[in-house]
Design a protein around this ligand. Structure first.
Ligand code: AGP
Length: 609
């Protein structure tokens, strides 16, 4: 998705904007630009391509200015090129804006504005915002932005500046996030925390329908009508170091290695072994609500959906609560039935996925309560749910989810234990026993990571293949799905995951020596059935690699290669089996020279539908 950034303060604005845009790169983009107000002029520099291209341009022709805006564009309307890159200006070049989102009525607005004499230069929806502000501008930028916002339909996070209302940045939010950082004598505005944290940890999150008017004395917050709004200033604990790569070649690899710590951090403070309890009062669901819950619906996209499939099994096995798992992008358009004893569990690491947010809003009035499982404090999904269970994974910069997937598994296991104990189906002894198994996971993941070299060597053999099959049953099916998605999204290789039992219903026709199979086969209730699947594949010249228990001496006789992982409680094996699959995808993609942290066509947070 697009990234916006704005700065007003004493520091040299262009280098600060460029550094900030680098912290937004992970969101995915195809072009970038900055704009500054320099005296009575707006100066704009935009490029097609990466931030490095913008830096080269600025080195060749420096830009000076007292305050400014920056933008990374992920094209939705209008081809990726310099002309369509943000920032965009009005007819006279006195108003400049950056935007994240989609203006759904831009064609109608563009037609009307053209009739009123406005000249358009780009194919974008965004440009209409600059001309609307120009149309309403009478010297007060905030008032003009409010009038423009009243005519916009769709999703927009906008920051604007005007030559004739200098030393001011106005930002508005409806849909995509807007975050304001309040420093000493300086203020920043951005799409997320990453560009802000090295300057200040004092953060305000705008809600839909709110505006920040940033001046020399800091920000003032109002609604779209101009009425003052009281906003809480939050101190965000993430520090810039957490965002750096710490010596790893890519953020994704660092984040794979962060997983032991992330599991520990997501458990920490939420369990009492002495009391035999999971302590999730932070979710904020009252006993009355918890007592009503008889079933659950889990709603998510992508990797979060895969975590939800594991969460479904946690809920039914631990809490004896039936749960369905729904793709948010499908569920929101269905005539779904929910009632007052259903808990909606909405999973989103970014907390900004448009489809997931829309599904939350559609479900909220109909169910007992909505609990968000998210990684970003005060994200839109966090703020609109009844309760939040935060994953403590820290910022995930790689577009491919890794540590946030594992953190979601951790949070969902804790939630299942919590609901099981609240419903009286799990006694203290059972809770303690499972928690002890969970607390062994970080060390077991470390043992998997210690054998990463073997996975890297396997990746070298696999890099040339064009198709892969991933197989798993029961709790290993979500792991297989997640492994296949990792390979697809960072190496651009075709990979399909199937529940093992589905092989005979069609996919087995795919098997030959050109399509290796990754079989996730810990020794659990479906182990024998998985061995049957493997035998069927081997009988058809298929090449099989098994991710299996390290003490399983028999598996090697069934497959071509084994990636061993420590044994774990049957429900907890995905924490271990997913790690080699993440590493395999990473090393195959690296060997293929792919842009691992910012894969083509992908965005870290899909804030448009
Ligand atoms: C996973 O590696 C992808 N980055 C993508 O599928 C992601 O999981 C999906 O877009 C959902 O994002 P969310 O968890 O932020 O809602």
């Amino acid at each position: 998705m697009c990234g916006i950034i704005g700065y007003l303060g004493p520091k040299s604005v262009v280098p600060l904007l460029v550094e900030g845009l680098k912290k937004l790169e992970y969101r995915g983009y195809d072009s970038a630009g900055v704009a500054v107000v320099d005296g009575d002029e707006v100066r704009v520099r935009r490029v097609l391509g990466k931030i490095a291209v913008l830096e080269d341009s600025l080195r060749a022709e420096p830009l000076g200015g007292a305050f400014g805006l920056g933008h990374t564009r992920w094209a939705t309307h209008g081809r990726p090129n310099e002309r369509n890159a943000h920032p965009h200006i009005d007819c006279r070049g006195e108003i400049v804006i950056v935007h994240n989102g989609i203006i759904e009525n831009y064609l109608a607005l563009k037609g009307r504005l053209r009739e009123e004499g406005h000249d358009f230069r780009t194919e974008t929806d965004t440009e209409v915002i600059a001309h609307l502000i120009e149309k309403h501008f009478r010297g007060d930028l905030a008032a003009a932005v409010r009038s423009a916002a009243a005519e916009l339909e769709g999703a927009f996070a906008v920051a604007a500046m005007a030559v004739r209302d200098p030393r001011k940045i106005v930002a508005i939010k409806k849909g995509p996030p807007v975050v304001v950082g309040i420093g000493r004598g300086e203020t920043l505005v951005s799409s997320d925390l990453n560009p802000i944290l090295e300057h200040t940890s004092r953060i305000v999150f705008l809600e839909d329908g709110e505006m920040a008017v940033i001046g020399e004395d800091g920000p003032v917050f109002t609604d779209f009508r101009g009425s003052p709004v009281e906003k809480k200033v939050e101190a965000i604990a993430w520090n810039p170091l957490m965002i750096e790569k710490r010596g790893f070649k890519h953020f994704m690899l660092k984040e794979i290695y962060d997983q032991p710590e992330v599991i520990r951090d997501t458990i920490s403070g939420r369990v009492s072994l002495d009391a035999g309890e999971v302590l999730l009062g932070e979710i904020g669901l009252g006993e009355d609500v918890l007592g009503k819950i008889r079933k659950a619906v889990i709603i998510a996209c992508g990797s979060s959906y895969h975590a939800g499939l594991a969460g479904q099994l946690f809920l039914e096995s631990l809490a004896r609560i039936p749960a369905s798992v729904e793709y948010a992008s499908e569920y929101r358009y269905r005539d779904f039935l929910l009632d007052g004893d259903t808990l909606a569990v909405v999973i989103s690491q970014s907390g900004e996925t448009a489809d997931t947010l829309a599904a939350l809003r559609a479900s909220k009035p109909l169910c007992a309560a909505v609990v968000a499982v998210t990684n970003v404090v005060s994200s839109s999904i966090a703020r609109e749910a009844h309760g939040v269970l935060y994953t403590h994974a820290g910022p995930e910069i790689g577009v491919a989810a890794t540590k946030t997937f594992t953190a979601q598994l951790t949070a969902l296991a804790l939630l299942a234990l919590y609901l099981g104990q609240k419903k009286g189906v799990l006694g203290a002894e059972a809770v303690v026993s499972f928690l002890e198994e969970m607390q062994r996971l970080p060390h077991k993941v470390e043992r998997v990571l210690a054998k990463a070299k073997a996975v890297e060597e396997l990746a070298a053999r696999f890099a040339p293949f064009a198709h892969f099959l991933y197989l798993g049953r029961w709790i290993s099916f979500p792991a297989a799905l997640e492994g296949a998605l990792k390979l697809k999204e960072i190496s651009y290789i075709h990979a399909e995951a199937y529940a093992g039992g589905e092989m005979k219903h069609g996919p087995i026709a795919l098997i030959d020596e050109k399509m290796p199979t990754l079989a996730v086969v810990p020794r659990d209730r479906v182990y024998e059935k998985m061995l049957s699947n493997i035998a069927e594949i081997k009988a058809r010249s298929g090449y099989v690699v098994a991710v299996a228990d390290e003490d399983d001496a028999a598996i090697a006789g069934h497959v071509d290669a084994v990636i061993p992982v420590p044994k774990a409680h049957p429900l907890l094996t995905p924490f271990l089996t997913v790690v080699p699959l993440q590493l395999l995808a990473y090393h195959i993609a690296s060997k293929r020279g792919a842009d691992v942290d910012q894969p083509r066509n992908l965005a870290k947070s899909v804030t448009v539908e």
